[in-house]
Ligand binder design. Structure first.
Ligand code: FAD
Ligand code: NA7
Length: 650
């Protein structure tokens, strides 16, 4: 072989192959692929099993395509082949990362080798591909290196999608918090961007408009219903402040209509803003049909196809079901609650994480009879002392808790709006109970929408158990031209501002000159239970396991908001706690607050924590009187001391 790069040296067997090859060539083109971070990696066990079970030619073809696309440098090799070892040693010496497919280490590697031959016409291994082009074998690589052409080839860039035959620079699957932010940002750099958004109806038929979970069935309607519930408390308090009124009633219909009208305006604004930013929007369900090609299917079943150089998966999550008789027929989830056309009545909320407790909190706050069924603990993953205090407060305000039970059967006793349901549940110790409710709301977690979007076609890896997508610190999946952000990510926080930040920064890195990565540390958050819980940084449990109990100091105090003193309610139920790392000048590593408007307060302190605030600086800050947040400037009692933390006066 000569010393030039060989392009498209392929044996064509039949017309179909010509077509698929042409599509493939058009699709892969000359991509701007990043150097993988891992020096070299090999096929894992799962893929090995796939080979064991699948000898279909199309499967092998797809696999070869995936491997060739999977890294800038790809080596098809055998562990027993001398030249293969030499080429790997050569790349190691040159400090070049590569993806190696060891054909003698995978089941049916022989079948793969035969299929590979049709691509390369090379009988001898290794077969080395660089930027998806066949380079040749060991001697070709050495020759290119000697001529200084190998490094040039690696450094060469060509990111013109049209020349490569793509319609778009970027296709974003999912028009929620993350997808919309990323698409608009990418378009700011003059990139041609398509967003696909589609909402498969819930089992009860609920669906909604553009904007994703947060706007339609998450943060926005949740916070507004929380506000509706807080107003009831404010009405109660207002009597001691002199307000007089009779006969106050709440209308579920008016509340949901007002909230849904507002959401409708947000859906419209999103569409307008996509148009203004010249982002193409397609109301279709997206799935990969080829490594660089997406099929979009709309609600009438009409199908369109689109190609792109890069892809962003931002498909979010949908509520999980129990998998017991009657759950999908009769239960609702948060996807249905916020637009429910009738007041849910006596409600059982199943689950004990933040979605469950927030919904239970505002339903009870609206005056409904609410029970929460808890399998184990409240708010898994959050600071458990705070979680317990939230539970106590809800309990004192009328929410019932059934602990250590799970539902086993849901039966309809009476149809209606709402109807009547009989719920059979079993305790983790074995006892069975039954109870009637008008509505059963499941809030038992959410599943990532990744299993039906054809991710196996380009070869994007997901965690098989959770469906979540692992990415590197640049939100890049194992397939270099495919990225993922938001709730689909493995081990990342599931919050709207996190998805938005990750999406924006990704677009800036891909298309601008930015190198800034999303910082997932010290992200503030708030649980909108009746008594709001704001947190930033580590829980006490995590601080102890990270630094050791002796190395942290926990300052804490109860307090009584001035506004609650006149109506004489909830004395010393609000609570503030900061966790400091003693060995780092008492730097604040955990911030926790149970208070009205905890979200507003926590946001400000999150800035301080990001700047590295320590206890002395909190103490030296003059408070604003009389507000709840001033408690953080006067914390003096440590948990270790066991001192009195009840607030006696102002
Ligand atoms: P999403 O916003 O879920 O968007 C994904 C979009 O992709 C959806 O529109 C989906 O229908 C669409 N889609 C899926 N598959 C396809 C496909 N194949 N083709 C086309 N489109 C597809 N976060 C906060 O920060 N604060 C809160 O107070 C808060 N409250 C919440 C309350 C509830 C009840 C819930 C459920 C969530 C809440 N969250 C909150 C979490 C927040 O909503 C999510 O973290 C955020 O929406 C994630 O954004 P995303 O872009 O990853 O996905
Ligand atoms: P989470 O945070 O996944 O929590 C699920 C909760 O549901 C948790 O309390 C679980 O109890 C409970 N659960 C899970 N399975 C069951 C069954 N089968 N029966 C009874 N209880 C169960 O879910 P959320 O819905 O609150 O929030 C998910 C994301 O949505 C969140 O991160 C936001 O982005 C929005 P466990 O503690 O496991 O015993």
């Amino acid at each position: 072989m000569g010393n030039s790069v060989k392009k498209g040296k392929v044996v064509i067997a039949n017309e179909n192959q010509v077509k698929s090859l042409r599509l493939y060539k058009a699709a892969i083109g000359d991509q701007d692929m990043r150097k993988p971070e891992i020096r070299s990696y090999k096929i894992d066990e799962k893929e090995e099993q796939e080979f064991g079970n699948n000898k279909e030619k199309s499967f092998l073809e797809t696999k070869i395509q995936q491997y060739i696309c999977s890294s800038e440098v790809v080596i098809f090799s055998k562990t027993t082949c001398e030249n293969c070892s030499k080429v790997k040693d050569h790349f190691d010496e040159m400090d070049i990362s590569y993806f190696v497919v060891e054909l003698d280490q995978i089941k049916n590697g022989q079948s793969l080798e035969k299929e590979l031959y049709k691509y390369t016409m090379e009988t001898a291994l290794p077969n080395v591909f660089v930027k998806e082009k066949l380079i040749g074998d060991y001697t070709d690589v050495i020759q290119l290196s000697k001529d200084g052409l190998f490094q040039k080839l690696l450094e060469s860039k060509n990111d013109k999608p049209k020349e490569a035959g793509y319609e778009y620079d970027l296709i974003v699957i999912g028009g929620g918090s993350g997808g919309l932010a990323a698409s608009k940002e990418a378009a700011q750099y003059g990139k041609k961007v398509l967003v696909l958004d589609y909402v498969p109806p819930s089992p009860l038929g609920t669906t909604w408009g553009l904007g994703g979970t947060c706007v339609n069935v998450g943060c926005i309607p949740k916070k507004l219903m929380h506000q509706a519930a807080l107003l009831r408390q404010a009405l109660k308090d207002s009597r001691t402040y002199g307000w007089q009124f009779d006969d106050v009633k709440h209308s579920w219909d008016i509340m949901t209509e007002s909230i849904q009208n507002y959401i409708g305006s947000l859906n419209w604004n999103y569409r307008v803003s996509l148009m203004e930013n010249k982002v193409k929007y397609e109301n279709g369900y997206g799935e990969f049909v080829e490594p660089h090609k997406i099929k979009s299917t709309n609600s009438r079943g009409k199908v369109k196809f689109f190609t792109a150089e890069k892809f962003l998966i931002a498909t979010g999550e949908r509520p999980r079901y129990l998998g017991i008789p009657g759950d999908k027929e009769y239960c609702i989830t948060s996807d249905d609650l916020f637009s429910l056309p009738y007041c849910p009545g006596k409600t059982l909320v199943v689950g004990a994480s933040y979605v469950a407790l927030e919904c239970a909190g505002f339903l009870a706050g609206l005056g409904l009879d609410v029970t929460v069924m808890v399998r184990s603990i409240l708010l898994r993953g959050f600071d458990q002392q705070m979680a317990e205090k939230i539970g106590e407060h809800m309990d004192e305000h009328g929410v019932k808790f059934i602990k250590h039970f799970v539902p086993t059967k849901i039966e309809q006793i009476e149809a209606g709006s709402p109807g009547k349901l009989k719920v059979t549940s079993q305790s983790t110790a074995g006892a069975e109970i039954t109870e009637e409710y008008n509505t059963v709301l499941l809030a038992i977690g959410r599943d990532a929408c990744t299993r039906t979007i054809g991710l196996d076609i380009p070869g994007v890896k997901i965690n098989e158990k959770t469906g979540k997508i692992p990415v590197n610190d640049e939100e890049q999946t194992n397939i270099p031209y495919i990225y993922a952000i938001g709730d689909v990510l493995e081990d990342k926080l599931e919050l709207t501002p996190v998805a938005i930040q990750a999406g924006r920064l990704l677009a800036r890195r891909l298309y601008g000159s930015s190198t800034l990565k999303c910082d997932y540390i010290n992200v503030p958050t708030t649980v909108f239970t009746p008594l709001e819980y704001g947190a930033c940084g580590l829980s006490e449990e995590n601080a102890i396991s990270k630094y050791g109990e002796d190395n942290i100091e926990v300052y804490h105090s109860y307090f009584w908001p001035l506004e609650w003193t006149v109506p004489a309610r909830d004395n010393n139920k609000c609570y503030a706690k900061v966790i400091c790392n003693i060995k780092d000048n008492e730097r604040v590593v955990g911030f926790h607050l149970l208070a009205p408007n905890a979200g507003e307060i926590t946001q400000g302190f999150a800035v301080a924590i990001k700047c590295g605030v320590n206890k002395e600086q909190l103490d030296n800050t003059i408070g604003i009187h009389p507000v709840c947040a001033e408690i953080f400037t006067t914390l003096s009692v440590t948990k270790r001391s066991g001192g009195n933390i009840m607030q006696a006066g102002c």
